[in-house]
Design a protein around this ligand. Structure first.
Ligand code: G4P
Length: 526
């Protein structure tokens, strides 16, 4: 294997999916602790960026500076180099989260074991299904009174439709939490409470029948032996191929706060999770180990200083390597650009790496020429597929306070929609501008940015729209008829794609029934 191929194979690029409060931030801290990227846990974020009131907008701007650098965290673990992509915790930025999931090769699903499968986890899992991303599962908060582990796994299997293969099994819970039994290593790893801020020097007892076990955990030992026999009979065995197909998830139990079990999960991640995967251009698949550079932009984030309108475009390297100063081809605009100051993300020491390879993320300074979904190559004139837009669920009409600024408003909205901050729809019948978002906070962000960056003072008005669907139809005649008869419900989005705007879900359903040859899409590919 060449050095380059070996470098690529070492990469593990993943994201954490969870419902708010399940423990994503805490796990991130512990993961970095194991990656030697933090001296002591508890320093990833000040306070969760979760509960922003509207007036916190400026505060959010400030925090963005921090979140740019914590958006991607690279750290070594065992022989691997791990890239952890952060996803915004706030539900209102879920589109960003969804797109980040297209840039990873595996995901860690964190479940609060006291609560089980929660609503946002269901939604995020749906997104990972678009690419059959392999999923590892961590059942968190075993230091509390949690639900029965068998019941938890059943719930994951039923609700999320993925088979569970326990890799570790908990012994007791809450104050009585003793540790876990590792089914594959055949060893018991004992838990010590109060060691959350450092790497535990856990006692390990080899073999379930080892008399040391009875001495260490008393009556739990006999109970455990019986339970493991049952668990082995009733649950799935770990199957690497099924995991890689996204059909089976290895399950770990532990407590992120107590820093117990996170390392078992990391061991599984580096051993089983895929190295950088092949991605599709429209014409051909690109393998990660191809020598020539290619990549796509999955996220654009406004930078600290709004005056410079500088944004960071996050690019996932699909193949080859980035070297400082190299020239790459911007496929959509057909130009070569020299990249001299891309950001790379090494957690812990913030030094800029001069080189990055497939699987890594680099941050490009964007002065308005880069859009979400853009492809960069070393000359090839083809683009990557699969960066989705999601149908918004909230709509408002946007109005100007100063009618002279209509042009700037439209320009600003279209640029913000290209960046993925929001979606904009222009009805074919009138001059309204409808803003669609996945979460309400997006609306506030857009008004603030229109003002700061485009000098446009805008306000929202309610509008009677329930949902939107992107329209395609194989038969041009049928499409024309559909367009003719549905003028009142049609609009163009920021990239001029035809969209059906439904005032109610019933209206949408009727339209779908009436026009079976027309496809109504919930996601749009960029
Ligand atoms: P999130 O990013 O998924 O939203 O979750 P986060 O890690 O912020 O954790 C949410 C809350 O759950 C935090 O408590 C955190 O300390 C707690 N927590 C995380 N892991 C565990 C665990 O293994 N056991 C227990 N008992 N609690 C855990 P908080 O009180 O909301 O915040 P804080 O005041 O502790 O920061």
């Amino acid at each position: 294997m060449s050095d380059f191929t070996e470098e690529v194979r070492k990469r593990r690029t993943f994201a954490i999916i969870s419902h708010p409060d399940a423990g994503k931030t805490t796990i991130t801290e512990k993961v970095l602790l194991f990656g030697n990227a933090l001296q002591s846990a508890g320093t990833v974020k000040g306070k969760k960026s979760g509960q922003h009131a509207k007036s916190d907008w400026m505060e959010m701007e400030k925090q963005r500076g921090i979140s740019v650098t914590t958006s991607v965290m690279q750290f070594p673990y065992q022989d691997s180099l791990v890239n952890l992509l952060d996803t915004p915790g706030h539900a209102d930025f879920s589109e960003d989260t969804y797109r980040t999931l297209t840039a990873v090769d595996s995901c860690l699903m964190v479940i609060d074991a006291a609560k089980g499968v929660e609503e946002r986890t269901i939604k995020l899992m749906e997104v990972t299904r678009l690419r059959d991303t392999p999923i590892l599962t961590f059942m968190n908060k075993l230091d509390r009174d949690v639900r029965d582990p068998v019941e938890l796994m059943d719930e994951v299997e039923d609700v999320l439709n993925i088979a569970c293969a326990p890799i570790t099994w908990p012994i007791g819970m809450g104050k009585q939490f003793q540790g876990v039994y590792h089914l594959l290593r055949d060893e018991v790893i004992l838990y010590q409470s109060g060691q959350g801020h450092r790497i535990q020097d856990s006692r390990v007892i080899k073999g379930l029948d080892n008399p040391e076990l009875d001495e260490a955990i008393g009556t739990y030992a006999e109970e455990l032996r019986g339970e493991i026999e049952l668990v082995k009979g009733a649950s799935h065995e770990f199957d690497l191929d099924a995991f890689l197909r996204g059909e089976l998830t290895p399950v770990y139990f532990g407590t992120a706060l107590g820093n117990f079990g996170v390392d078992h999960m990391l061991d599984g991640l580096v051993e089983w999770a895929p190295s950088p995967q092949t991605r599709e251009l429209t014409q051909r698949p690109v393998e990660a180990t191809e020598e020539k550079f290619s990549g796509f932009v999955f996220k654009i984030q406004a930078n600290m200083d709004p005056k410079h309108r500088d944004r960071i475009a996050f690019l996932r390297i699909v193949s080859g390597r980035y070297q400082q100063g190299m020239k790459i081809h911007h496929v959509r605009i057909g130009k070569d650009v020299r990249i001299s100051d891309a950001l790379t993300f090494m957690a812990g020491d913030r030094e800029r790496a001069e080189e990055a390879v497939a699987g890594d993320i680099i941050g490009l300074h964007n002065h308005g020429t880069i859009q979400l979904g853009d492809t960069f190559t070393e000359g090839e004139k083809d683009r990557f597929t699969g960066i989705p837009n999601f149908a918004p669920e909230l709509f408002r009409r946007i109005q100007l306070r100063d009618p002279m600024k209509a042009k700037q408003l439209q320009k600003g909205l279209i640029q913000l929609s290209e960046e993925g901050a929001v979606q904009v729809f222009r009805p074919v019948r009138n001059n309204d501008l409808i803003v669609g978002a996945v979460g309400t906070l997006q609306f506030d962000v857009v008004v603030a940015r229109l003002k700061n960056e485009y000098g446009v003072d805008a306000v929202y008005e309610p509008i009677n729209v329930a949902t939107a669907r992107w329209i395609t139809c194989e038969d041009p005649k049928k499409l024309e008829e559909f367009e003719r008869r549905n003028q009142d419900n049609l609009a163009l989005d920021g990239s001029d794609n035809l969209t059906y705007i439904a005032p109610t879900m019933v209206n949408l359903q009727l339209a779908q029934e009436r026009y079976p040859d027309v496809a109504f899409h919930k996601t749009k590919e960029r």
